[in-house]
Design a protein. Sequence first.
Length: 550
Amino acid sequence: MKLSPLVAAFAALVVGTTLAAPAVADPEVPEPSAPPTRPAPSSIPLVDDVSDRALAALAHVEELLTGPPAGPDTTAGRNPQQTDLTAALRQLSLLKDELPAAQQEQAEDYFARPTDPDNRRCPDVSCYTAKSKRTCSDVICVHWVPKQRDRRNGVPTADRDDDGIPNYVERTEKEMTHVHETYVASGWRPPKSDGDRGGNAKPDVYLAQIGHRFYGYCTTDDRNPPEAGGTWGYCVLDNDYRRKEFPVHTPIENLQVTAAHEYLHNVQFGYDYGEDDWLYEATATWAEDVLYDHVNDNAYYLPYGPIRELTTPLDTFTGLYHYGAWIFFRYLTDRYGGVQGSMPDLVLRIWQQADAVDGPNQYSLQAIQTVLAEEGTELADEYAAFAAGNRRPELTYAEEFAELEADEDDDVRYPRSPLQATVKVRADQPAVERSVKLDHLTPRTFRLKPAGGLTGQDLHLEFDVLDSGGRVVVTRKEAGVDPVSQLVELAADGTGTLTSPFGSGVDWVEVTLVNGSDRMRCGRGIFSCDGNARDDNERHAFSADLQPAL
């Protein structure tokens, strides 16, 4: 779930990781997009006591729903610091039985539908104060209240065909039906039936005035949702997506990408309600681009994700990072898997591995590893190539990069991963030695430039990286041609060497050091499988010296 551009800044349910020294931006390579201010980590502590965790989850939901909204930033027309109500409600639903009795009753209020007669959330977010109406397609139902009956939550009254159903409701039904049918035709299971909640067994979407805080959200009113298993859900979308609250894109475009994002959450609920938050959000944000490629709303989150935030592990859920992590799945689906229906099938296959209903119930990184193994590769190799490729988004994401460059209506552009440092290599100097400590699934890149006067020289590189998932990519740029990257073959102990042409005709050589480990200690942590990484803060090093060309 994504929040409205005008929402106040609150952090996600997990604590941010400790950051290493920031990378140094490359002054010689123009940056398509400047890095934003990093979203603050959550103020909610990770506590061991389950009842304390439940109280913290309840407090977080209350904060999201009742905290003061903030205005948009001055550059993009949005507030860059957002958090996730869908995830917060999901966490609370799994922990609410550990609350004291009075707080359990309070928590249940947050799962009530806008139409529920005992809904006590009216001051907070979405409940109807007038009798609602419903329209259904073959696959989904949309609920709304007329504007003249409910000034706050009612939808605009314009009705071109004078059939008693406002134009906006009809458009919502059309888009939600398209989203549902696209997912099902592409192999995804439809959302789990909610019985007759909402009036029949079809999935339900409610329109309400939530744009002062959220784009939309999905949750469940299942009183006992499984931590490992599937359940039903319902979704709430804004009642008009008016420009005053959503200044970027048209109201229909915002409806479209929110429908794609939120409805995939409802589908995901049926696979594994307790799956890792980062996988939920990164893949739902990826789906926006697949179903509505022309909108490009998810490009806004790229500077907050792994392209720019190099000190943050890929499987982190904090601030906006997990939204920006969608680009890793775009990287994978551009290169692996096939197409089922109208969608790449790789993300579906990952969720089929994560499936806790009819599948093996693997957690996020396990599921990714399994599917990549089916493709003849592995996560560490692909993450390393991804990290090196993010130095050159115009080549790595050529189609999408060109599309954004040509979009005159939106100033969002693909960012470029920054360099850790640029080092000039001279013939009369000792070997260059550099090292950096890396957390799991994070990279750093160093650029080596030949100083003037080097002819007939090779650059000899020696590496010493993590022996369990450490990777090195070397990229060479020769004058007048595109850079060429190579994944270095390493020994079992993480050591290796590579000799590259240098000197005349070579602009630079970049060394990307990568901690590609996915080893976890599951439980009581902040990463995949609620775990802690086994291989964080590990030293990765290289040395470089010159030798006569062979």
